[in-house]
Each structure stands twice: as structure tokens, then as C-alpha cells.
Design a protein around this ligand. Structure first.
Ligand SMILES: NC(=O)c1ccc[n+]([C@@H]2O[C@H](COP(=O)([O-])OP(=O)(O)OC[C@H]3O[C@@H](n4cnc5c(N)ncnc54)[C@H](O)[C@@H]3O)[C@@H](O)[C@H]2O)c1
Length: 442
């Protein structure tokens, strides 16, 4: 098939690369000229395991191409994937300006039957808006061209995006026409060979499915963080509780880890957008609001523990932070809990040295102000980040942080104090090693 993917970010690039890997001809379009030039030269804008190999090999084969020219890309395609960002607007609702801009451009260029696929996460009713905008452009041009709009939300996880796309749990296809449904099923057939992964439904159902999925995952995390707070007060170890409840197949082990909050480009904005959608139909979503409130609180939990230990005034104190990305396996720092705790430590007078295995370049931008002021330093190595510090804060559970050399750490640190925001360490072991240790909910 000949496919155009518009928006070459996490979702667009992975989608394009994986479709091309199955033999399709894919053109990835982006307005960011530098990004497209880099991609043509094999330089990827993001870190994602396995992606570079797919992009370079399929680009060499001529199956995956990059351009800033949508109209040129469209002349060769019958399928148009919209994969641009849907960031939160000022009121928290999903900002559809990029999606609708692309819809307009598609309408300006569409010349034969095509399937327009909403891959971006968009509120219920967006496909109707896309359809109206495309039709409006066709009317302006005075042409009659058939087209269908499909909702095909993406469920990949950053850090495991290629694997998730190649071996999806499910492929949700929201359509209202047998023609477009058949095309989508053919496109996804290679990803669904062992077992049928395709779940067909109405367009609005598909749009809601994405928000419901992300909001439920965020709910599990916030629920567990609430339990963790109670565990601390009641002398319970939340890690034992996690294992005790996760073993129940009705609950499962996923997304029930207590920690210093969820971040990233999806959960915070999707929960917010769903709350806004509820408001638009006059409904107050009590659970979703609580999920959001709990998470905002949780991102400040590590700092509260630091203050409880060292006092409000952290002037002259030094802290080491391990992990800056919002989760392991990615360099994405959008809404990362690390940014919140670093801001708080510095505002209280401390200086911070931080290290992340892959997000250092990203940190240069996200934390530019602190780097410039000299209150934050980025270390070249994880152990350099704990040299002479009063405490180490573990914020992202990258594998190299899971079993560190505690003896070496103790020699390097000014004080043997660890605040473990991801419950990675054994409290008893650390006590034996001579550390003051605090986890979340233990
Ligand atoms: N990142 C994830 O893990 C993830 C997972 C599932 C779904 N989603 C959803 O997918 C969508 C895209 O997310 P992302 O993380 O890939 O975003 P991103 O910010 O990484 O990429 C979006 C890209 O779109 C480009 N763009 C903007 N306007 C354009 C236009 N008019 N024409 C061409 N390109 C344009 C931008 O330059 C950017 O490169 C969002 O709705 C998001 O919620 C993201």
C-alpha cells in the first residue's frame, strides 16, 4: 500500500517505519524541516529501542521516505495517517489545531478516493470535525472526491514503541464504512497473523477507547499511590501489598507500582482532556479529577520526604538525582516527575547534580534555566552524580540504577541517605549497608 503519515514524532515515525517494514511504501511528512533533513541522513529525533535500524534499512530500500511537502506525498498515497500532536489547550481540552490544519491540507490536495486516519489521540467527535474540514476544502475547490475518515488510536508505549506496534495487544479500528474497514484490516493483517488483533467498532467508540485506556492506567497508578500513603501511616510495606493484590488475576501486576507520580506526554494530558470532555456534556468525573489531584501531590512526595529529613531550608545542601526521563527507555522529559523535584530542591536553596542514561540532551533543554544559573549540573556518570551529596534521589528506574555499588556510593556521598522514588531497593539491605533509606509507601 502507499501511505502518507503526517507528523513524524514518536507515533508518526514508529507508525511509518513499521508499515514500511511490512513492505508498504510510506512517506513521512513533517513541518519541521530540520527533523526531515536529519531523518534523510539517518539521524533520528528521538531515542526508541530498535527504531533506528528500521528507519535506516527501509529508507535505503526506498520504502520509507521523508518530506516537508504534503501535496507531493499525497499524489502517491491512498491512506493518510494524521499523527500530529494534540497538546492540552489553556483549559486542558485537547488542542485540535494541528489535526484540523492537516485535515485542511488533505482537503486542499485530495484528488481520488482516500482513507484519512486519525492516529492522534483525539476527543470523541473529532472524526466528524475532520470530515467537515476536508469536505469544506473539496467544496471550495468545486470537486467531488469520495473519502472516509477512520479512527485508529495508537497504544504504543514510549521505550517499547517498536515492539508494541509490531506485536500489538489489539488494533482498534473505528469506521462507518465497509470500504475503509476492509482497507484498514488489510493494512494491519501482517501485525495480526498469529491471532486476530483487530477490534472493529464505531468511530466515536474508538476515540473514547483511547482515552478510557490511558485514564484507567493512570487511575491504577494514582490508586496505588493513595494506598502507599496510607501504608506509610499504618506501618505497612506497599511492596508486599502490591505483590499480594497483583497475584489476583482480576487485578494483575501492571501499573500498580507506587512511586513519585506519572508523567509523559500522554497520561497527564489525556486525563485532563477527558475531564474537559465530561464537562462539555455537563458531567463531573469524580474519579478522573481525583486521579489528577493525587498525581500532582505524588510528584511532590519525594521533596516532602527530603524536607522532613533535612528541614525547609536546603541552602548549601547538595543532592544527586538519578533519572530524568519520565520513565525508563525513553529520552522524553515531558511532565517528568524529575523536573518537579529538581525545581523544588533548587527553590529551597539546594544544588543538584543529575544523571540519566539517555535524556541528557533533552535535559539540556528542559532544565536550561537551572543549568544556566549553576544550581544544576549534569554528570557524565551515575556515580559522579552522587559525589559529595547529602542524599541521592532515585526518580527513574533505569536498569543501571537497580543494583548499584552501594559501598562505592557510601564512599562518594557526604551522607548515606537515599530517597527511592520507585521502590527499587530493599530497605533492610540498605539499613544493613548503613544507609538512611526512604521509599514510597514503606
Ligand atoms: N508519544 C506517545 O507515546 C503516544 C502514544 C499513543 C498516542 N499518542 C498520541 O499521538 C499523537 C502524536 O504524539 P507524538 O508523541 O508522536 O507527538 P510529537 O510531538 O512527538 O510529534 C508530532 C509531530 O507532528 C508535527 N506536526 C505538527 N503539525 C504538523 C503539520 N501541520 N504537518 C506535518 N507535521 C506536523 C510536529 O512537528 C511533530 O514532529 C498525540 O495525539 C498523542 O497523544 C502518543
Amino acid at each position: 500500500m502507499h501511505i502518507t503519515v503526517i507528523g513524524t514524532g514518536y507515533v508518526g515515525l514508529v507508525t511509518g517505519a513499521c508499515f514500511s517494514e511490512m513492505g508498504n511504501h510510506v512517506t513521512c511528512v513533517d513541518v519541521d524541516k530540520a527533523k526531515i533533513e536529519n531523518l534523510k541522513n539517518g539521524v533520528l529525533p528521538i531515542y526508541e529501542p530498535g527504531l533506528e535500524g528500521l528507519v535506516t534499512s527501509n529508507h535505503k530500500l526506498g520504502l520509507l521516505n521523508f518530506t516537508t511537502d504534503l501535496s507531493e506525498a499525497m499524489t502517491h498515497s491512498d491512506l493518510f495517517f494524521i499523527a500530529v500532536g494534540t497538546p492540552p489547550g489553556e483549559d486542558g481540552s485537547a488542542d485540535l489545531r494541528y489535526v484540523l490544519t492537516v485535515a485542511r491540507e488533505i482537503g486542499e490536495n485530495l484528488s481520488r478516493y482516500g482513507v484519512i486516519v486519525d492516529k492522534s489521540t483525539v476527543p470523541v467527535g473529532t472524526a466528524d470535525k475532520v470530515r467537515q474540514v476536508v469536505q469544506g476544502e473539496l467544496d471550495k475547490r468545486g470537486v467531488s472526491v469520495e473519502f472516509d475518515v477512520v479512527s485508529n488510536p495508537e497504544f504504543l508505549k514510549e521505550g517499547a514503541a517498536v515492539g508494541d506496534f509490531m506485536r500489538p495487544d489489539r488494533v482498534v479500528i473505528g469506521t462507518d464504512s465497509p470500504r475503509s474497514e476492509a482497507i484498514m484490516k488489510t493494512l494491519y493483517a501482517p501485525f495480526s497473523r498469529i491471532q486476530d488483533k483487530i477490534v472493529s467498532m464505531g468511530i466515536r467508540d474508538a476515540e473514547m477507547t483511547k482515552y478510557a485506556a490511558n485514564s484507567l492506567l493512570a487511575t491504577k497508578i494514582s490508586f496505588m499511590n493513595e494506598i502507599a500513603f496510607m501504608c506509610e501511616k499504618l506501618g505497612v510495606d506497599v511492596e508486599s501489598v502490591r505483590k499480594g493484590i497483583g497475584s489476583d488475576s482480576r487485578i494483575g501486576y501492571s501499573f500498580i507500582y507506587a512511586g513519585c507520580g506519572y508523567g509523559g506526554s500522554c497520561f497527564p494530558k489525556d486525563v485532563q482532556a477527558l475531564i474537559r470532555s465530561a464537562g462539555e456534556v455537563g458531567f463531573t468525573p469524580l474519579i478522573l479529577k481525583a486521579v489528577e489531584t493525587r498525581n500532582a501531590f505524588q510528584k511532590k512526595r519525594l521533596f516532602e520526604k527530603v524536607v522532613a529529613h533535612f528541614g525547609d531550608d536546603l541552602t548549601g545542601r547538595r543532592f544527586g538525582v538519578w533519572g530524568l526521563a519520565f520513565k525508563p527507555g525513553t529520552d522524553d522529559m515531558r511532565e517528568a516527575p524529575a523536573v518537579v523535584v529538581i525545581d523544588q530542591l533548587i527553590a529551597a536553596g539546594a544544588t543538584v547534580t543529575a544523571y540519566d542514561p539517555v535524556a541528557m540532551e533533552e535535559a539540556g533543554q528542559s532544565l536550561a534555566g537551572h543549568l544556566k544559573s549553576g544550581s544544576l549540573t549534569l554528570a557524565d556518570h551515575q556515580y559522579d552524580a552522587v559525589k559529595d551529596v547529602d542524599a541521592m534521589l532515585l526518580v527513574t528506574e533505569w536498569k543501571p540504577f537497580r543494583q548499584p555499588d552501594f559501598e562505592a556510593m557510601k564512599r562518594l556521598m557526604a551522607q548515606p541517605v537515599i530517597f527511592d522514588g520507585r521502590n527499587q531497593y530493599n530497605p533492610e539491605q540498605l539499613k544493613t549497608e548503613g544507609f538512611h533509606y526512604e521509599g514510597i509507601g514503606r
